[in-house]
Design a protein. Structure first.
Length: 377
């Protein structure tokens, strides 16, 4: 089966605003023809890269293998296009496959109807190939994904299962948790690599400091979790073992100055437990502390944080008061420190008391946010 699939086309969906970072990650892994598109990045690679992408990507949401693309303006064209794809190269006779998808600006606008057609077409081909009138669907899970945009259909298999933001270390959390992929993106954008002090004065369940520690030690974020494709015959166990060994060989081992503080003792307890599950409990210090306990020493450093806002723990007035206090504290930060703040509050800069040097529009799931960059030096 491996011989049939020399080069594959991958698609990596991501949160809006993170496409460039995901593209950079994929290029560093050595894949070919990397193309950054709206909310996804595509590339070409080998079957081995299926495992490497899942284990190593910090900012991508999942890894899909693109099986085909075609134009369809009718259900018949959709059926024929899906039926023509080599499903038997991937899904065995007992494979349990399901269908999800979306349609935008297309003649085939009913998603449930398209789901039914795609499932029927795949089952028709597999039934013919395996000589079965009814497929048992008792084996491993295969999530079929279709997207129809302006009548152009793309059909893929999702290899990840749970989204890549689910690293495996956060079994519990606090209210409105920050997605791990977005936290990793914030750390990456701060240019933290482990050499300078790193601070998060509103750490909540610890996601940002934990992702900072994983980045500092260059630990692949997917090493402690499983993926759907690990159970696939088409993705043999050797590629997962090789990818894990490659990732672990690239790890650094050192001491880092990474701190997270939060006024909520319960949140801090959860943060410490999450750090333990992530294997970085010795690299990150968490304290139950008010924002005023933040200590910044040295010429360079990063403060990267996601303070409470209206949709989270505080009402709008409480959030503005907190932002004002944070802005007053910022005036004491050494000039060459970088400060990155994620907030969905439209009046954040006004309450903070300073215009950002630049800002970047992002999404935490479906919640629209801005990432504000401050540096006086």
């Amino acid at each position: 089966m491996e011989g049939k699939m020399e080069m594959l086309r991958f698609a990596v969906p991501c949160l809006f605003g993170l496409e460039g970072l995901v593209g950079d990650e994929i290029r560093r892994l050595g894949l070919l023809d990397v193309k950054v598109e709206d909310r996804r990045v595509t590339a070409r690679g080998r079957i081995e890269d299926l495992a490497r992408l899942n284990l190593n990507l910090r900012c991508g949401e999942r890894v899909q293998v693109v099986l085909g693309a075609f134009t369809a303006r009718s259900f018949q064209e959709l059926f024929e296009g899906v039926e023509s794809l080599p499903w038997e190269d991937w899904i065995p006779r007992d494979g349990h496959f399901q269908v999800k998808g979306y349609s935008r600006d297309s003649q085939l606008h009913s998603v449930p109807a398209c789901q039914s057609i795609v499932e029927k077409a795949a089952a028709t081909r597999l039934g013919r190939k395996y000589g079965l009138a009814t497929l048992p669907k008792t084996g491993a899970r295969y999530q079929i994904q279709f997207g129809i945009v302006q009548d152009e259909v793309t059909v893929s298999l999702d290899t990840s299962g749970d989204g890549l933001h689910k690293r495996g270390y956060r079994a519990v959390g606090v209210e409105a948790p920050l997605r791990e992929t977005l936290a990793a993106a914030m750390v990456t954008l701060s240019r933290f690599r482990g050499k300078d002090p790193f601070r998060d004065p509103f750490c909540g369940s610890g996601t940002i400091p934990i992702e900072a520690a994983l980045i500092a030690m260059n630990r692949a974020p997917g090493l402690d979790r499983s993926f759907d494709a690990q159970k696939w015959q088409a993705a043999p166990s050797r590629i997962w073992m090789e990818a894990a060994e490659e990732a672990m060989d690239k790890e650094f081992h050192g001491h880092y100055d990474i701190w997270g503080g939060d006024i909520d003792p319960k949140a801090v307890a959860i943060a410490r437990e999450n750090a333990r599950k992530a294997g970085v409990e010795d690299l990150v210090r968490f304290d139950t502390a008010d924002m005023g306990a933040l200590r910044v020493t040295g010429e360079f450093g990063q403060i990267v944080t996601n303070p409470p806002y209206g949709e989270r723990l505080l009402d709008d007035e409480g959030a503005r008061a907190l932002y004002r206090s944070f802005g007053e504290m910022y005036r004491k930060v050494p000039p060459r420190w970088r400060v990155l703040v994620l907030s969905s509050a439209e009046d954040f800069e006004k309450a903070f008391g300073r215009k950002a040097d630049k800002k970047r529009k992002l999404y935490n799931g479906r919640l629209k946010c801005d990432l504000y960059f401050f540096q006086r030096g």
